[in-house]
Design a protein around this ligand. Structure first.
Ligand code: ZN
Length: 266
């Protein structure tokens, strides 16, 4: 499943190719992808617009149009964006295609169909639901710590909650907790300020490394370009590279969670 580093990678890949291009037509191959509006309406909203800005926030890609509205893309399980020549035969799992000026198109491919490619009049409709990102240069550790102090939720699901902290998915939360030496089941209000700070520093470090490596190769055949190698995720049964103890796997809020029972104690 693409997480922040993978989404950043896709954003950087398409940005230069579509910036300044005009949308000449749209083709919808799977209606649910565009979020429940009619193809005709979608066409009317996007056609004739110039693409003014392409950027990422959390796991969303924003394609800002000259109308002031944005196309907001969420890759979910298996989505991907490609830019190709219009004449290139279409893919089996193509869900949306925008024909652009200059002979190329933007394709949203999504095998499992959970991804979304939705027109939003105002970016704030999406942005207001998102917490800060650990890699934000002005990240406010004190207000993050205050949020933790008020909650008895386990730290792992709390870090996955995009309204608390944006951009971390399962893999990078597992990596972050291991790096910060925090047990995934620790109640949020039991963390010290030092631990809260360590979590943010670790998350930023993990995300930056993963972005530089263009994401993780998840081995699921969906995301193959990344070179980031997790240190604990998917390594249960293997020795912890820090202390040599065995990495164990438990379920936390329905998600598989690898951790070191010696480095990360309750
Ligand atoms: Zn360890």
């Amino acid at each position: 499943m693409p997480e922040l580093p993978e989404v950043e990678t896709v954003t950087r890949r398409i940005e230069k190719l579509i910036l300044g291009k005009k949308i000449e037509a749209s083709e919808i191959y799977w209606k649910r992808t565009i979020g429940g509006i009619s193809e005709k309406r979608f066409d009317k909203l996007v056609n004739g617009n110039k693409i003014e800005k392409v950027w990422r926030r959390a796991k969303y890609i924003f394609i800002q149009l000259s109308s002031g509205a944005s196309l907001v893309v969420h890759l979910r399980m298996s989505g991907d964006l490609l830019v190709k020549r219009v004449s290139t035969p279409i893919e089996k799992h193509l869900r949306v295609r925008l024909i652009l000026s200059g002979g190329k198109d933007l394709r949203f491919i999504d095998t499992r169909k959970f991804g979304r490619f939705v027109h939003h009049q105002h970016e704030s409709e999406v942005l207001n639901r998102l917490g800060p990102e650990p890699i934000d240069s002005d990240f406010d550790i004190e207000s993050f710590y205050q949020k933790l102090k008020k909650s008895r939720r386990m730290i792992k699901p709390m870090l996955l909650d995009q309204s608390v902290l944006a951009g971390l998915g399962n893999i990078y939360v597992i990596e972050t907790l291991w790096k910060a030496k925090v047990h995934p089941l620790l109640p949020a209000n039991k963390l010290t300020r030092k631990q809260a700070e360590l979590i943010i520093l670790s998350a930023a470090n993990v995300l930056k490394k993963a972005i530089a490596a263009r994401g993780t190769d998840l081995g699921d055949g969906v995301w193959k370009t990344g070179a980031f190698i997790p240190k604990v995720y998917g390594r249960s049964g293997e020795p912890c590279i820090r202390c040599g103890s065995k990495i164990v796997k438990i379920k936390v809020a329905q998600r598989g969670t690898d951790y070191c029972s010696v480095c990360q104690q309750l």
